[in-house]
Design a protein around this ligand. Sequence first.
Ligand code: G3P
Ligand code: MG
Length: 231
Amino acid sequence: MRVYGHRGAAGHRPENTLASVRHALALGADGVEIDVCLLDDALIVLHDDTLDRTTNGQGPYKSWDLTALRALDAGDGERIPLLEEVIALAIDRAELNIEVKEAGIAELVIARTLAATAASPAWRSRILLSSFDAPTSAVLARLRGAMRFGLLYEEPFEAALQRALTLKAQSLHMSLEHLDAAHVARAHAEGLAVYVYTVNDPAAIARCQAAAVDAVFSDYPDRVLAARQHG
Ligand code: G3P
Ligand code: MG
């Protein structure tokens, strides 16, 4: 079972920062997952619509200009990174799940990702694109090229499975709350890998292993790596 560090290694370092991504990679995670939004023509790595929870700024990020936002403290003196900065850390080294948080930016995410990987086109097959937003997913699926596409979903499993097949997704991204071994088997029978988020405690890690889940997202990738060694 592979492990993606969730928002870098959010259990150990401030989420969605370069320090968090570096830590996940240093721990030996197979990949990292980050959340991406748009501000002033820059793709920024941020989960929430507002800055209050993760930075010393306040209010919606959209009400800030990029220079001021980039000066904020995102924890431990870290800054809110750009997508390109995360790509520079992961390129030729690990898998990268770019979760597109904002609707309407899928084309730009693809274009910027292609530009940032121009020197290492082979690595593109280790990039995984996803979004909870259905229209965004459709665009990511259509324009993925050599990159991979995974379906993040909130609808009932069967409807999600059909959408994943229609979009020719390589993976189905399921919440831990909805983990069901029969669904994992059904997805596998249809040729889809199953990724589960967010898997942090040992019992949940063991459940995923028992259900033959292909990969998990974890704030503590070290725990999944330890379980894998002992399992
Ligand atoms: O992409 C998996 C997971 O990150 C989805 O949930 O809210 O942590 O972005 P969230
Ligand atoms: Mg995410």
